[in-house]
Design a protein around this ligand. Structure first.
Ligand SMILES: N=c1c2ncn([C@@H]3O[C@H](COP(=O)(O)OP(=O)(O)OP(=O)(O)O)[C@@H](O)[C@H]3O)c2ncn1[C@@H]1O[C@H](COP(=O)(O)O)[C@@H](O)[C@H]1O
Length: 108
């Protein structure tokens, strides 16, 4: 049965659980088996497909390609040994780095 939504954290938990899994039973396990370079190639392809869909103004394709991109991003992070928490921490470090954000904060 399909769910209404799946968060990146939930997707990440499934992806990480596939590491070392049976490549015959899991596409994700197959990607891990192929290695980082192949995971990176898939991510690049999906990024280009998303960009093309966006430029074409194809909203349905943007949604689908964005889901593909997020999936392949999570796979590449796991294949690279980088956790989502590390990426979140990096985003957190950047908060307030832009002059615009500081300017906006001064007015609140
Ligand atoms: N979100 C995804 C997801 N998005 C895309 N894909 C797969 O990505 C592949 C991309 O298709 P392409 O046409 O780009 O490539 P392909 O020719 O099929 O395969 P390649 O040889 O190019 O790798 C398809 O086979 C899709 O099934 C995904 N496979 C899995 N997931 C998630 O990962 C979970 C675990 O999946 P398994 O590892 O298969 O159990 C699933 O429950 C989903 O939540």
């Amino acid at each position: 049965m399909s769910r209404q939504s799946l968060t990146i954290e939930e997707l990440n938990a499934v992806v990480v659980s596939r590491r070392g899994g049976d490549p015959a039973a899991s596409y994700t396990a197959r990607l891990f088996e192929r290695g980082v370079a192949q995971c990176a190639k898939k991510l690049g392809e999906e990024g280009v497909e998303l960009a093309i869909a966006a430029v074409a103004g194809d909203r349905d394709a943007v949604r689908g390609e964005a889901a593909d991109l997020l999936y392949h991003l999570v796979v590449l992070l796991a294949a690279s040994g980088v956790t989502l928490e590390e990426v979140y921490a990096e985003l957190g470090r950047r908060e307030g780095m832009s002059g615009l954000t500081e300017k906006a904060n001064r007015h609140t």
